[in-house]
Every structure is written in C-alpha cells, then in structure tokens.
Design a protein around this ligand. Structure first.
Ligand code: N01
Length: 555
C-alpha cells in the first residue's frame, strides 16, 4: 500500500501515541517493555497471539522443549528475584514450562496492563517530516511513535512448502510453529510428518506413541543427539542461586553466552580412544555439551568435526535395527552446520512397527491429494499431516510487515538484492526502527534470552542518548551496511557453516537470498555494540528533532 493510502486509512482509526511501540511479547518484548517503562517512557507492546510468550506461545507441538543447556539458565539474567522465585522442573524445559515462566514474569513485573494481545501490527510507515512511525493494527488502531522496536522473533514466519496440491489436503493439517491451543488427537490416525529439523525430531517420537501409523518424510537426515532430559535437582537450583554471580560472569565471557566454561582443547589433540570415551560420556549425559563443550574446534576444523560426525553416525547404525532405514537416517553434511538437534528417543522410534521412513532424496514428493502424499514410489494415505518444515527465519516476519522507510521505500525494495543492516540493529533508510535478534546479529547462535537483554539495553541507551541530546532520528550512515555484511561473511567464512545449505543462509526458502544472516561474533559482537555507543555511535547519522526540521522548512 502506498504511504498516501496508508495515511488515508489511518485517519479513519483511533489514534494513540507512545514514546515507543514494541512489536512482540515474547522473551525480548517483555524485557523491552519492562525496561522502557522503568525509564518513565510511555510504551505499549503488541502481539498477535492470545497470550504472552512469542515463540513459546505458538510452538506447542508435542515434545517441544528448550535445547539450550539448560534450566535454570534459559531465562532472564537481569533479575535475581526471577531466578529465586521460579522453580524450574526439567533440565530441558518443555514448552508449557517455558510458557509458565514467561507468564510468571509478566505477572511478577506487572506487565500485562501495557500489553495488547490478539493484535497484529499490519502496516508501518515513517513520516519523515514529523519523524514519527505510523502503525496500523488489526484491531483498528493507528499508533504514532518516534521509536518502533521490533521484537518479533527469529523463527516466527512459518514455511508452508510449495508442494503441489498441499491446499487440497482435506484431513487435519498442522504446522509445528502454529500449533493449535487444543490437544490434537492422534489416536487411531494415520499421520505424516514432513521435516526432520528440531521440531520434527522432537515431535516424531511423541506422535509415534499416540497414532496408529506414522510416516516420516525426510529430506535431510540429522545428527541428532540425546537431550538427556531429567528433572532439575533441588541442589542444582540452589547452586545456581547461590553462585549466580559466577554463572553470570561465565556467561559474560562465553562465546555463546553459556553459563559453563567452554573447552579449549582441540579434538585432534586427543587419541581416537580418548575422543570416543569423551563423546560416549557426553552422549550418555545428553544435551548440546557434546558439540559445544567437548572440543573448541568442531565447527572450525573439518578433520576435528569428522571425529564427532563419525561417532554419531555409528550411534545411529547401532540404534536403528533395520540397516536400510539406518542408512537413510545417516547424515553426511558437516555436523553442527545445520542447527544441532537434540532428541528424546528419536532414532529408537524407527524400530517401532507403526513407523515408516520415506527418503525424499531418492523418493521425492510428487503431490499431495485430499487424503495422501504421493511420492515417486507410491501413495501414502494420511488422516493428519504435520508440517515440521521450519520458518522463513530471521528476515521473514519483518519482511511480511514490509515497513516503509524514507522516501516511501519499503523493506521489500530495500532488501531486493541483499538483506542489509548495520550491527544487526538498524536498516539503512529506516530511522528509529530497531530490530532485536535482527538480520546479521548473533540471534539464534547465542543464548537468546541473554542476547535479547543485551541488544535491548543497547537500544534503550541509544534512545536515552537521542532524547538527552535533542536528536530526532538515528539511522545507519551510507555504506556502513556493506562493511557490516562483509564482517558477517568473514566471521562465517572462518567456520564450517559456509559449506551447508541451512536456514542460516536462506537455503530453506525458495527464492530467498543466499546469504549468511547470523553474526558469529558472539561476545565480540556485544563488546562491539558497547564500543560503538561509547564512541558516540560511529557509523550512524543523526537527524535534528522534528520541531527544528519544521522551523527550518518554515513549517
Ligand atoms: O525447522 P528446520 P524446525 N519438502 O528448518 C524440511 C528452532 N527450534 O522448525 O533440511 C520436504 O530446522 C527440512 O529439510 P532440509 C531451532 O533453532 C528450537 O525444525 O531443508 N522437506 C527440515 O528437515 C531450529 O533450527 C527448538 O532438507 C522440507 C525441516 O523441514 C529452528 O527452530 C525446537 C521441505 C525443517 O527444519 C527451526 O526448526 C524447535 C520440503 N519442501 C525449533 N521444506 C528447541 O529449542 C523444508 N523441509 C528445542
């Protein structure tokens, strides 16, 4: 829609003004709201869901759990009270548990009065003269604000694969990332799952136990490792509470924001026997430690990586009884360069009589009918189809909103050739629009609650700086985005990530730019953010406050 049409549309709506509008009420949105309110700013958070929680509101598919290691560290770090007063129950908390935590936080911080749920942000455009963002909501409001803070989540724009006939399916169709509120009854049903990323691998064992028959449609096999989930021990909770400062100090130096020291040993320093003994211990223990805390060079050195890849391949062949199925489940890509998956009995599931695997590499889907998936080799009748096919990650949600920045240029046009940003925080030509976990920030490859806190702290400081200095706008200076993209590319090229098709590089969405969109700098990235602020926001340009602009133009 053109800016003029948007403005006409806005005139018929109720107008509300805020110092900051926050989009999203997940981990990041709740924290932003809390901090902004604490600074005395008028702020409101909007979310399309009927409850707080963001990702954890929508992803309620069976088996959904946190993969980050682990409770009680998958949570906010800014408040010791939150840690002290919430008793995490499981080491890899389930989706209902994380949602309970976020609801506890919303209540404890008394956030609900400034959150508007069941409200989608549908349009956003920047009025250059007044230096205000205008926002239309699905509930008929028109919001006006100098600052738009987009905390919309990295993995929220679901990917419905463009398979011929998918809309003809007449059975029950679900996407893991938009799972219904009500329980899905699998009993007695023939179920198909397309996709074997984290969502597929977590849900498949649970669905298999409930349904009559499950067919898994796999395009790429995964190096899934056991989650090792178990109840959190009381002494673990008290240890975290007593030694909180030490854990925070660990997180402050860990390249992934983890609470534990990371290994400084190369996989190639150990003998094969030593390596296998370590891998075996970590396999039994479970969790992402196996990738991140065994050896430091698994994601940087192919030879080192091969040692763990071969260990996991051996486990798959050992667990899965049918050699043909085991072979289809055995991955060959570089371990860890797709998002590492952890599971609860995934490979064991293929030993069940009611589970079949279709390898789409050798037997691709031709089309979907009202009651089946037809692959090259034949028809697979289904009552329920589950799409565990992931997301248009990181860029998808903002692109769907398609805000209009300076000169009426919308984001689709701005990102026509490449997703560009400065610091992963701001987009050239979009003044005062901040992203949290945005494109070219560390987002999904850092402890997300912690990374979100740090990014939001930076944004707040920036807003305070602008207000104190009477500055109207901030935006990236011409050209800095190119240097930033180069920086992101260079960081990725020093790792093994470049060799694999993944959603980190846009490869999962037809027509998406093939570009590595995650900054791998970890701690160094956050230090860089601090340095930029301390140095007077190098790389940004400021605009005078709107009143001065109007005076100068005789307005
Ligand atoms: O999505 P994915 P996800 N035909 O993109 C396949 C986070 N997360 O929802 O690999 C057939 O990883 C696709 O195949 P391929 C986590 O960061 C976290 O599982 O592209 N198959 C793949 O197998 C995670 O990485 C948690 O060849 C098609 C699958 O669908 C991210 O969310 C839990 C296809 C998609 O896997 C996304 O995970 C869940 C097609 N046309 C998610 N299109 C935890 O914290 C796609 N696929 C535990």
């Amino acid at each position: 829609m053109s800016t003029q049409k948007q403005a006409d549309n806005a005139r018929s709506r109720e107008t509300k003004t805020f110092d900051v509008v926050v989009v999203g009420a997940g981990f990041a949105g709740l924290y932003a709201l809390h901090r902004l309110r604490g600074l005395g700013l008028s702020v409101r958070a909007y979310d399309g869901a009927d409850g707080v929680g963001g990702t954890w509101w929508w992803n309620r598919y069976p088996g959904a759990r946190v993969d980050f290691p682990s409770a009680p560290f998958y949570g906010y770090t800014f408040s010791k009270e939150l840690l002290d007063e919430f008793d995490w129950e499981e080491r890899q908390p389930s989706q209902p548990e994380v949602l309970r935590y976020l609801n506890f936080v919303a209540d404890k911080l008394d956030l609900r009065s400034d959150i508007q749920l069941s409200t989608w942000i549908e349009e956003a455009w920047f009025d250059e003269q007044a230096e205000r963002w205008h926002v239309n909501t699905s509930t008929g409001e028109h919001l006006v604000t100098p600052f738009l803070l987009c905390a919309m989540g990295s993995l929220s724009d679901t990917n419905k694969p463009p398979i011929r006939g998918i809309d003809d399916f007449a059975g029950e169709l679900y996407h893991t990332g938009r799972w219904p509120q009500e329980d899905v009854d699998f009993a007695g049903k023939r179920v198909g799952v397309i996709g074997t990323g984290s969502s597929g691998i977590q849900s498949i064992p649970v669905i298999a136990k409930q349904c009559a028959h499950l067919t898994v449609f796999q395009r790429t096999p995964q190096y899934s490792i056991p989650a090792g989930n178990r109840p959190v021990r009381p002494e673990e909770l008290s240890d975290a509470r007593e030694n909180w400062e030490q854990y925070k100090a660990n997180m402050a130096v860990s390249s992934l924001g983890m609470p534990y020291p990371m290994s400084e040993r190369s996989a190639l320093e150990d003998t094969p026997e030593q390596r296998d003994a370590l891998y075996e211990r970590l396999w039994q223990e479970g969790g992402l430690h196996m990738l991140f805390n065994s050896y430091f060079d698994l994601l940087a050195n192919k030879e080192a990586n091969d040692t763990l890849a071969e260990f996991v391949r051996g486990k798959i062949r050992h667990i899965v009884k049918d050699p043909d199925t085991a072979e289809k489940l055995t991955p060959t890509y570089i371990l860890g360069t797709k998002r590492q998956v952890i599971d609860d009995g995934y490979f064991e599931t293929y030993n069940r009589d009611n589970v079949a695997l279709v390898d789409l590499k050798t037997d691709p889907i031709d089309h979907i009918t009202a009651n089946s998936i037809v692959t090259e080799s034949g028809e697979h009748p289904l009552d329920i189809l589950v799409l565990a096919t992931g997301f248009d990650a990181i860029t998808g949600t903002l692109m769907r909103l398609n805000p209009r920045g300076r000169g009426g240029v919308d984001l689709e046009e701005r990102w026509q050739e490449r997703f560009n940003s400065y610091l992963g925080m701001m987009i050239p030509g979009f003044p005062n629009l901040f992203m949290v976990h945005g494109v070219e920030s560390p987002s999904v490859l850092f402890n997300m609650p912690l990374g979100g806190e740090r990014e939001i702290d930076w944004i707040l400081e920036c807003i305070l700086h602008l207000r104190a200095a009477g500055i109207g706008t901030i935006e990236p200076a011409p050209g800095v985005d190119k240097a930033w993209s180069k920086n992101v590319d260079e960081a990725a090229s020093q790792t093994l990530f470049h060799g694999t098709d993944s959603w980190y590089s846009g490869a999962n969405i037809d027509g998406k730019h093939r570009q590595f969109i995650v900054h791998l700098g970890g701690q160094a990235y956050f230090q860089h953010l601090k340095d930029i602020a301390a140095g007077g926001y190098e790389g940004f340009v400021f605009g005078p406050a709107a009143s001065e602009v109007l005076e100068a133009s005789g307005g």
